[in-house]
Design a protein around this ligand. Structure first.
Ligand SMILES: Nc1ncnc2c1ncn2[C@@H]1O[C@H](COP(=O)(O)OP(=O)(O)OP(=O)(O)O)[C@@H](O)[C@H]1O
Length: 305
């Protein structure tokens, strides 16, 4: 049949008249983390809800480990763990009670429930809080429990919808570490609107904008693609615009003050060295140089055009 963990074919969905997503194609063949990046309303949740069998698509197919989600939802869902944006936690239960409840919902055989719960508590670092009520946990620990319920049945695919949203910086680091660990054994889809989250965590990236995929490749390819095209420079002996335009690789120059300019450059990894060399040669006394980072909005604009 198929070696794909996920295959999404020509997936489109409309809630009323307008299409929320259109013609999404996506394939995941290996373990590791894929980042699904998109701004608010781009269509991430719609795609994930369909992928996880929570929403029925208008058109297209979702195949999980060779099983068609629409034709065999129960079988397909066995291969998936899902942590939605608003985790389905029962705050009045303890961690142990909640995960035991999840194990039953996932139809883990009765004689294996205890072992599955203990294993997942250790894996997600919540074993020492086993008897604590969920309502008394910090945001980071609640997310750990949310991830625990998503992997308790050892699925091949885990889908995490904005899992680091609302956490403090330490909690974000801890949850990222846990996500990396669980991705050693399975494919993980990590949805977010924060580019830097995808850059630190994911091996592959899919960008979605206005319901359509605008970029899908490795993180490395993405980082190469978005290389900055602007440089800020500060000089003590400010050269003229004409002199700056003589630097090889500089396509345009805008003088911004008596000591600074913005240069539009070729995508050339050695451009900063060239600018520094010319500055030294001409005695411009460079004080500072910095590559401009594209904002996510710029990147989306660039990719959608
Ligand atoms: N239940 C719904 N009924 C009608 N329209 C909806 C519904 N849910 C989402 N939409 C619309 O579908 C489009 C995609 O929304 P979706 O929630 O999938 O985006 P998203 O990328 O997950 O955004 P966010 O990060 O804000 O959750 C948006 O235009 C949204 O307004």
């Amino acid at each position: 049949m198929s070696d794909n963990i996920v295959r999404i074919e020509n997936l489109s969905h409309r809630y009323s008249r307008a299409w929320a997503i259109q013609d999404i194609n996506l394939q995941i063949d290996r373990k590791g983390i894929l980042g699904l990046l998109g701004s608010n309303g781009a269509g991430k949740s719609t795609t994930m809800n369909i992928l996880c069998g929570v929403l029925n698509q208008t058109q297209g197919n979702v195949i999980i480990c060779g099983i068609d989600m629409r034709k065999h939802p129960k079988e397909a869902k066995k291969q998936i763990g899902f942590l939605p944006q608003h985790p389905p936690l029962h705050l009045e239960l303890t961690i142990h009670e909640y995960l035991t409840h999840c194990a039953h919902l996932r139809r883990i055989p009765r004689n294996m429930v205890k072992q599955a719960v203990e294993e997942v508590k250790v894996k997600c670092g919540v074993a020492h809080f086993s008897d604590r009520l969920l309502k008394n946990l910090s945001g980071g620990y609640r997310q750990r429990v949310g991830i625990a319920q998503a992997i308790i049945h050892k699925p091949q695919l885990v889908v995490l919808d904005e899992p680091t949203n609302g956490l403090d910086p330490n909690q974000i680091l801890e949850v990222r570490k846990l996500i990396r660990e669980i991705a050693e054994e399975r494919a993980v889809i990590f949805s977010t609107h924060i580019l830097s989250e995808v850059q630190v965590l994911c091996r592959d990236i899919v960008m979605i904008e206005k319901g359509k995929i605008v970029f899908a490749d490795t993180m490395e390819a993405f980082n190469n693609y978005i290389e900055p095209n602007g440089v800020q420079v500060w000089f003590s002996n400010m050269p003229s615009k004409e002199a700056l335009l003589q630097i090889p690789g500089v396509k345009d120059a805008v003088i911004q003050s008596a000591n600074s300019a913005r240069l539009v450059i070729d995508r050339n990894p050695a451009i900063c060295e060239t600018i520094i060399e010319v500055s030294v040669e001409k005695g411009w006394k460079m004080r500072e140089i910095g590559l401009e980072k594209s904002s996510l909005d710029d990147i989306f604009k660039q990719l959608s055009s």
